[in-house]
Design a protein. Structure first.
Length: 184
């Protein structure tokens, strides 16, 4: 059974996100690089240094969803609004960011089966509301498309072939190693 809940603390303390002015075209997959689940990550985010708190207030380094190692999904920012999560500037306005818990600081641990199942369920849920979504991409790929170097291994040890197979009913095409085109 899918476990889903909203945590309002981040949007209440920092920002609810920016008003969308363009359609959502991409789902961007991230790895947390050290956090296995939402609870300690949210606690850490609520007590950052002043510089990071100012970034959060501007909507920088935030994301919409977190999927824990056990497959639990936490919504931090309402997907009807946008935040800077992929380091691609205002282009983030056409994306939804999903963090996957990974205990490795380099995102080197494999993701769990419950995370992949939850991710597919979340993608299906989002496709019902955001009909312009046409791809699922990595954070690294998003940066490369914008001509910025992607130094962070994000999402890292992610099985794109497995996700592609799980999303077959959407006519998925592998556009690149870490980019799936949805042919809806």
């Amino acid at each position: 059974m899918l476990s889903y809940h909203k945590d309002l603390q981040i949007r209440q303390k920092y920002t609810p996100g920016h008003v969308r002015t363009k359609p959502v075209k991409h789902i961007v997959i991230h790895g947390t690089g050290g956090a296995s689940n939402a609870r300690p990550l949210i606690k850490w985010m609520l007590n950052p240094g002043q510089a990071q708190a100012n970034r959060y207030k501007r909507g920088v380094a935030l994301f919409h969803y977190m999927i824990d190692r056990d497959g639990s999904i936490t919504e931090l920012i309402d997907p009807s609004r946008w935040v800077y999560h992929a380091s691609i500037g205002r282009m983030d306005g056409g994306t939804i960011g999903i963090e996957l818990g990974n205990p490795s600081k380099t995102n080197g641990e494999p993701y769990t089966d419950p995370q992949y199942v939850a991710l597919v369920n979340l993608i299906e849920f989002l496709l019902a509301d955001y009909r312009d979504i046409d791809s699922v991409i990595s954070h690294r790929y998003a940066k490369e498309v914008m001509g910025k170097s992607g130094t962070k291994n994000c999402p890292g040890n992610f099985d794109w072939e497995l996700l592609s197979n799980m999303l077959k009913k959407f006519g998925v095409t592998r556009k690149a190693h870490d980019c799936l085109q949805l042919n809806l």
